[in-house]
Design a protein around this ligand. Structure first.
Ligand SMILES: [Zn+2]
Length: 211
């Protein structure tokens, strides 16, 4: 566990092992297929999804326990939400791959996101935030489908922001994580220095020693 503690401290993952280095929810979601300490898919089932949402501060404990009850009553509907999010993530990751190759966002993906946004009835509300008050977008949905909304909403905001041009894949070919490059000099190459960056440095050092 010592290793994960160090990674949590440096902002690479959260305490549940989900990556938090993306720079925003949409990208952390794109990276959620990996989870430190797990061999398999990061969001393999509905409980994993609840953990992902809670650890990203998108779900309160009481909402999570309500949804946990819902899982016993209607596991099929909960699994559909997981499947739907995995499909969304696959589509979004292809968009990120194409962007990294210099292609624009596929217009079909915009329509896909618009369809998903249209499936929610949303409204705005002023609510207390950590500091002062905050204008929030809320939705009329209490079922498990509500878990999809903040993710779709942030992907939509991502697609309309300058983060589209700033998103990069980690320079380690075996890594497959994305991040929004907000480094001041724009030269960030690695998902994190604590993982791929250090490994690359060590490898370069070993190579020099061999020579
Ligand atoms: Zn990496």
């Amino acid at each position: 566990m010592a290793r994960i503690d160090a990674l949590v401290k440096s902002g690479v993952v959260n305490t549940e092992g989900f990556y938090t280095l993306g720079g925003r929810l949409a990208i952390d979601f794109a990276n959620s297929f990996k989870r430190i300490g797990r061999e398999k898919e990061g969001i393999g089932n509905f409980e994993d999804l609840l953990t992902f949402m809670k650890s990203h501060h998108l779900l309160h404990e009481d909402e999570a326990s309500d949804l946990h009850m819902f899982l016993f009553q209607n596991p099929g509907r909960c699994q559909q939400v997981v499947d739907s999010l995995i499909e969304l993530r696959t589509g979004f990751r292809s968009v990120l791959t194409e962007l990294a190759e210099g292609w624009p966002v596929n217009p079909e993906f915009f329509s896909h996101i618009n369809d998903r946004l249209a499936s929610f009835k949303s409204y705005h509300k002023i609510e207390p935030a950590e500091e002062g008050m905050e204008l929030k977008t809320l939705i009329d949905e209490n079922g498990p489908e509500k878990l999809i909304f903040p993710i779709v909403h942030d992907i939509a905001e991502f697609l309309t922001s300058d983060h589209v041009e700033k998103t990069r894949p980690c320079a380690n070919d075996d890594c497959d994580l994305y991040f929004v490059n907000q480094s001041r000099n724009g030269r960030r190459r690695w998902c994190s220095m604590s993982t791929c960056g250090n490994r690359a440095k060590v490898n370069a050092y070993l190579k020099r020693q061999e020579a």
